[in-house]
Design a protein around this ligand. Sequence first.
Ligand code: AMP
Length: 190
Amino acid sequence: MTNLILFGPPGSGKGTQAAKMIEKYGLVHISTGDLFRYEMGNDTPLGQQAKAYMAKGELVPDSVTIGMLKNKVESHPDSKGFIFDGFPRTINQAQALDALLAEKNASINALIALQVDDEEIVQRIKKRGATSGRPDDNDETIIRNRIQVYKNETTPVFDYYDRQGKSHSINGIGGIDEIFGLITQVIDSI
Ligand code: AMP
């Protein structure tokens, strides 16, 4: 199995790059943000639990998020690997993911972090907000809170995998194909 974490702040291009990675590598893409939006759209109990946190740009509690992620992974027993996008966002989530993969005699092969500075992120997300219809993309205070939450709660996940020699940083500013080229270089080297 090849299991990759696509890492980076909100608006760093993870979704765009994940779409290209699925095509090239045939891995299953799991975006916890997309899963939460799907649940919210269907007004399920899970969606209702996530709603208030997402609206504020806060993390949904680990207990809820980890359970949802596990179900999604288990629903693809024959996958040759996964691209985790927007997960793990806490050390607790990273440990749960490692334990889940270990049950399958697998592990994370690489974490690929897209680096984009704060002001570029704010501009990109505002632009995306015009078409995404996401309330959390249309309020600068919420956008800045998401960036802060990323810095405080999520960047330790980079260090966690860095200690295992698995974290790779790449420049997330540039053309889509140029950035994809950097991602494929990392994947092809593991
Ligand atoms: P995203 O689409 O990845 O930007 O996620 C949108 C929102 O969904 C985040 O601001 C969080 O409220 C929630 N969310 C997505 N993934 C996670 C996660 N791994 N842990 C906690 N909350 C998450």
